[in-house]
Design a protein around this ligand. Structure first.
Ligand SMILES: NC(=O)c1ccc[n+]([C@@H]2O[C@H](COP(=O)([O-])OP(=O)(O)OC[C@H]3O[C@@H](n4cnc5c(N)ncnc54)[C@H](OP(=O)(O)O)[C@@H]3O)[C@@H](O)[C@H]2O)c1
Length: 254
């Protein structure tokens, strides 16, 4: 969906089913996502797959895309794993005119910053996601990352070397701390599952926005959190939104 079509989505984007029933406008939603914290936003099929044909896009509809755009446009930084950047073919992270106006009113930069997470640094520094980014992207990697790749990416991004966590990748807590040290208090992560695993493993994720796409996907698609040791994290439902058969649940991890 283009920025123009996002703008064309009418004011009342969702029906709120919880806590109190009513309509929710884009402005109201954008304001709630200004709350600081580390928040994930992922879309899943009813049967728990994150992908159709290897990508999240196949599960998303225009209202889900509008919601994604709202959540993004309230964020200071978008934290994304390299696997997701490669699979989904990210372009430069920028918001539309309405988003820029909201951000200026909230005292934010015009656009969210991208923070890519990678150990291998197998990221193309000539891609538009870096070259055309309106805000200088960050690349979060491990100490010991290939030096020539660090140098190449430093041409287009701020590269931050961080200590490895349990699995040998960037520690989820260290990644969040590095973003906060740079003044980024509203951290939105779009995954993927390996990155979410690193965040959950170190108790560095505060909230999960889950879009339930009304499809049964089958296949072998991934689930939302991978790699963290099996341990129950309880969650509290903050809100439940509905548009036709699409549900968007906001959970706070307790
Ligand atoms: N439905 C949805 O909302 C949604 C959202 C996101 C992704 N997805 C899907 O999920 C699939 C990708 O899954 P994935 O688990 O591979 O995603 P991912 O977490 O984005 O990618 C894994 C890769 O990202 C880097 N990475 C992640 N965490 C890291 C850490 N702590 N330290 C260092 N590097 C880290 C590594 O890159 P290097 O190999 O470069 O070291 C790793 O190989 C795709 O099919 C994508 O479409 C779906």
């Amino acid at each position: 969906m283009t920025d123009e079509t996002r703008d064309a989505v009418p004011g009342a984007l969702f029906d709120r089913l919880w806590p109190e029933p009513g309509e929710v406008t884009a402005d109201e939603l954008a304001a709630t996502y200004l709350e600081p914290g580390v928040r994930s936003n992922m879309v899943t099929s009813i049967d728990g797959s994150l992908t159709m044909d290897g990508r999240a896009g196949g599960l998303s509809d225009p209202v889900d895309q509008a919601h994604l755009h709202l959540a993004r446009s309230a964020a200071d930084v978008l934290l994304v794993g390299a696997g997701t950047l490669r699979a989904e073919g990210y372009g430069p992270v920028r918001t539309d005119e309405t988003g820029v106006a909201r951000r200026r009113a909230a005292g934010q930069s015009d656009h969210p910053r991208l923070a890519a997470v990678s150990a291998s640094l197998d990221l193309d520094e000539s891609s538009p996601m870096f070259r055309d980014a309106p805000e200088r992207p960050l690349v979060l990697t491990v100490t010991g990352a290939p030096r020539e790749r660090v140098a190449a990416l430093e041409e287009v991004a701020e590269v931050v070397l961080l200590p490895p966590g349990e699995g040998g990748g960037v520690s989820g807590r260290a990644a969040v701390d590095a973003l906060r040290e740079r003044g980024h208090a509203r951290i939105l992560t779009e995954g993927g599952p390996t990155l979410l695993g690193a965040l959950v493993a170190e108790d560095a994720l505060d909230e999960m926005l889950v879009s339930y796409s009304p499809v049964v996907a089958g296949g072998t698609g991934r689930r939302m959190v991978l790699g963290a040791a099996e341990a129950v994290r309880e969650a509290e439902l903050v809100s439940l939104l509905r548009s036709d058969s699409l549900l968007v649940a906001r959970y706070r991890l307790t």
